[in-house]
Design a binder for this molecule. Structure first.
Ligand code: NDP
Ligand code: 8X3
Length: 255
């Protein structure tokens, strides 16, 4: 049986990188992308060697509309049969009240989490339609289910991902394309360091006294969704650490 191909955005770190490992172990050929080319290039070499699969590493800023369109249009024919798209690239910037929010942070979140996901999906779903099948798995968040203090714009961006997921599912159903979302709670990745503009101490304090999800926990869920039988769409998974009951309800063993 020919191998399947998965395209994973934001594969240079965290959930995307872990997903690349797990899809590779599952026998998928991979297109992996991120802005940090050296990281995805290194990962590609490692995965090809470890799992005897083919990996194409792309430098791609999902906010760059024309780069997204031209990069995907220029994919060699061999890479145009994309079975699974994991829209994972995303970030949070800042955790402050609305009146103190930096508009540059808001732009970055909306441009990446919402517009970037749209650009990539718009370029790849016509290829899936041409192939007569496909599966788009969006990485949403508990922040797409709830709004919490100081998180208005990040939460808005993930609420938008939720709406886009539902809309894509409705529009693409007629073409046999599955559209799903995995919505994690707290996951210990580079996410909090990015949110706090590089403040590692503040980032680490996010997980004080609790056990967060690991990137691998989310990655194995994404792979499970991708490997469901053709007639089954695992449409939505809310994935929380046992220590987390809601966005801001976290059991902590404070010293
Ligand atoms: P990381 O910061 O570890 O990884 C984020 C990835 O996104 C990196 O590979 C980064 O690559 C990529 N990325 C960011 N901006 C862009 C861009 N403009 N173009 C292309 N790639 C980009 O965080 P996570 O792994 O945690 O985050 C992955 C997804 O999971 C995000 O969508 C996030 O919102 C979501 N999520 C995270 C949770 C958490 O608690 N960690 C919980 C719920 C959801 P590079 O910088 O090299 O471009
Ligand atoms: C990331 C998890 O709780 O910081 O989406 O919104 S949270």
């Amino acid at each position: 049986m020919p191998s399947k191909t998965a395209f994973i955005t934001g594969a240079s770190s965290g959930i995307g990188q872990a997903a690349a490992h797990q899809f590779a172990a599952g026998g998928f050929d991979l297109i992996i992308s991120a802005r940090r080319k050296s990281r995805v290039a290194e990962l590609a070499c490692l995965l090809e060697e470890q799992y005897q699969i083919k990996v194409l590493a792309l430098e791609l800023d999902v906010r760059d509309r024309s780069a997204v369109a031209s990069t995907i249009a220029a994919l060699p024919k061999r890479w145009q049969g994309i079975d699974v798209l994991v829209n994972n690239a995303g970030l949070s910037r800042g955790l402050v009240t609305f009146d103190e929010g930096l508009i540059s942070d808001w732009d970055e979140m909306i441009d990446t989490n919402v517009k970037g996901l749209l650009y990539v999906s718009r370029a790849i779903t016509p290829l899936m339609i041409k192939n007569g099948a496909g599966h788009v798995i969006n990485v949403g968040s508990i922040a797409g289910h709830e709004v919490y203090l100081n998180g208005a714009v990040y939460c808005a961006s993930k609420h938008a991902v939720d709406a886009i997921t539902k809309g894509m599912r409705i529009d693409l159903c007629q073409h046999g394309i599955k559209v799903s979302t995995v919505d994690p709670g707290l996951v210990n990745t580079e996410f909090s360091k990015v949110r706090f503009h590089g403040d590692q101490q503040r980032a680490d304090s996010t997980y004080n006294g609790m056990t967060p999800l690991a990137a691998e926990d989310v990655a194995s869920t994404i792979l499970w969704m991708a490997q469901a039988p053709a007639h089954v769409n695992i449409a939505e998974v809310l994935l929380l650490p046992t220590d987390q009951a809601a966005a801001t309800v976290v059991k902590r063993n404070d010293k």
